[in-house]
Design a protein around this ligand. Structure first.
Ligand code: COA
Length: 532
């Protein structure tokens, strides 16, 4: 039998404490997510409604098939910055006319839907997800274009938005622009570079320069409608393929466009007989200790996310601080790598490198469940070749071409974050639990290293060392690194695709695996040189 047993006791004090800690963190994150949902706040939402317009999320809801899921991405973008949480853009994956699509919608209640540096990063990430997973892209457009005060951050890199649209098209991935309002200057290239365009009567405004700019440039007198109205573009310029009577009509037309794509997924279909896990997903709240120094068994997590809790463990007796093995999730085969005791030693690294190569030989996607403090340090380990072995694992991850998904459950520190397919290793999707922490090392360790370096520097100069100042600096550094390691902070910087409720993990992973299988799944047959 390969069905995982469980040792988790939902009646135990430990379980109750872990659950309470997780629920507290979830409540904090809910408050931050609510800020994204609130958009520009009541004043601007009210004004938008008075103009007879739908909100960004209402447009998405109408576009999606009734009662289908929407996997929102990067909802906390811009958290901790000077810009509103959510960055004035909603992005995610949803089903339109039976087809999984990547959808983006400007939120015109947030500074006129203008794009700030975080909006740009969020939009570029959405485009990347569409390209790599071969998802048709639908942009619901109403934006004041570049956020003018921050133009220096966005003007030059922002050209990638329009480049991506035409590269998607060249890769055979359909792009659709539905214009609900302003789409001027650079924004005009969103419909301009899309395969299909819909514009809303008397609402869409698509021009390179509005009437004041035209007056300044050439002296010509003009008005919005004749310069860039939907009717003009449908009848005269030919930029609009469809002239929609109103917003609802535009959404109906977008659904028809997707229907007519007759989109075919290039990846394998899931096993339709996939079983639910044997254990309750609710119990995922009680596994991770509030204090991440206390280890937990990731098999308890695996048992609650994979089909039938069935996990064929690979090398269970070797390199036991990393659990590796095969399972299916919502009917899709996956290879799983999960940190079991925090530290990665040589054996774990070699086992991971072998396992990743096997997944590539068999074209099986990989799931990385993070709870690592990094690779082991110390004389014995250095002499035993930990750098070589860590490099082997990182080589295997970096050159693997099967899709990767990472979930940060607990710690994800140091090069361990890289070996476990951190952000820079291009996982197709990366999500964090509210309990996650990620940084170059733990806050205490980092503050301690700085203190040792400062002490040595003072000694080298023969200067006295101020112990009180040292203690104060250590406390300050610890606090700063702790704050910068937290999921909201990292999500704000687009270092993940969202912070999820652990109870939603199986659903989120199922949606990701389904999206991933729009593209073919092909492992790498060749590798970089492994240092042995
Ligand atoms: N950059 C920075 N802030 C912008 C902005 C932009 N491109 N566009 C709008 N805003 C701000 C406004 O200053 C306003 O802020 P406030 O409420 O604090 O005063 C807020 O967003 C709402 O704008 P408002 O003009 O009241 O909204 P609207 O719905 O009536 O009109 C636009 C929206 C987008 C049509 C209009 O704001 C506009 O024409 N903006 C400039 C467009 C432009 O030329 N962009 C350059 C593209 S490269």
């Amino acid at each position: 039998m390969t069905v995982l047993p469980t040792r988790l006791d939902p009646g135990s004090p430990d379980y109750a404490a872990h659950r309470t800690a997780m629920l507290d963190k979830l409540a904090g994150l809910d408050a931050e997510h609510a800020k994204a949902l609130a958009g520009g706040g009541p004043k601007y939402v009210e004004r938008h409604r008075k103009r007879g317009k739908l909100l960004a999320r209402e447009r998405i809801e109408l576009l999606l098939d009734p009662d289908s899921a929407f996997l929102e991405l990067s909802p906390l973008a811009a958290w901790g910055s000077d810009y509103p949480v959510g960055a004035g853009l909603v992005t995610g994956i949803g089903v339109v006319a039976g087809t999984e699509c990547l959808i983006t919608a400007n939120d015109p209640t947030v500074r006129g839907g203008a794009s700030n540096p975080w909006t740009l990063r969020k939009a570029l990430r959405a485009n990347e997800i569409a390209l790599r997973n071969r998802l048709p892209l639908i942009n619901l457009v109403e934006s004041g274009g570049a956020d003018l005060p921050s133009q220096k951050e966005i003007f030059i890199p922002g050209g990638a938005l329009f480049r991506d649209l035409t590269r998607l098209s060249a890769a055979g991935i359909p792009t659709v622009a539905v214009v609900f309002g302003n789409s001027t200057a650079g924004g005009a290239y969103v419909p301009g570079m899309s395969d299909h365009t819909v514009m809303v009567k008397e609402r869409a405004k698509v021009f390179l320069g509005g009437p004041p700019l035209v007056k300044m440039a050439t002296g010509e007198e003009s008005d919005d409608e004749s310069l860039g109205g939907a009717e003009m573009h449908a009848r005269t310029s030919g930029l609009a393929d469809f002239f929609a009577a109103d917003e609802q009509d535009a959404i109906r037309l977008a659904r028809r466009i997707v229907h007519r794509l007759h989109w075919r997924r290039a990846g394998a279909a899931p096993d339709p007989l996939a079983e639910a896990p044997k254990y309750d997903e609710e119990e995922l709240l009680g596994i991770v200790p509030g204090d991440l120094k206390v280890p937990f068994d990731p098999r308890e997590v695996i048992a609650r996310i994979v089909d039938g809790s069935d996990f064929d463990e690979f090398k269970p007796l070797y390199g036991t601080s990393l659990a590796t093995g095969w399972a299916t999730l919502h009917g899709y085969p996956v290879g799983i790598l999960a940190n079991a005791q925090g530290v990665l030693f040589s054996a774990e690294s070699q086992k991971a490198a072998q396992f990743i190569q096997l997944a590539n030989q068999r074209d099986i996607p990989l799931l990385f469940l993070h709870n690592t403090t990094g690779y082991m340090v110390g004389k014995d380990y250095e002499q035993g070749g930990i750098i070589k072995h860590g490099a082997m694992m990182i080589n295997a991850v970096a050159n693997s071409t099967v899709p990767h998904i990472s979930v940060l459950m607990g710690s994800s520190y140091g090069a361990g974050h890289y070996g476990m397919c951190g952000r820079a290793y291009d996982p197709r999707f990366l999500f964090a639990w509210p309990s996650a922490k990620s940084a170059v090392m733990g806050p205490q360790q980092l503050a301690g290293v700085l203190s040792i370096v400062a002490r040595q520097s003072a000694a080298a100069k023969g200067a006295p060392y101020d112990e009180d100042a040292d203690a104060a600096i250590r406390a300050m550094v610890e606090q700063q690194i702790e704050a910068e390691s937290l999921p909201a902070f990292l999500s704000g910087r687009l270092y993940d695709d969202g912070v999820i409720d652990p109870r939603d993990t199986r659903t989120v992973l199922g949606l990701c695996l389904s999206a991933i299988h729009n593209a073919p799944v092909e492992g790498a047959r060749g590798y970089g040189v492994f240092r042995m």
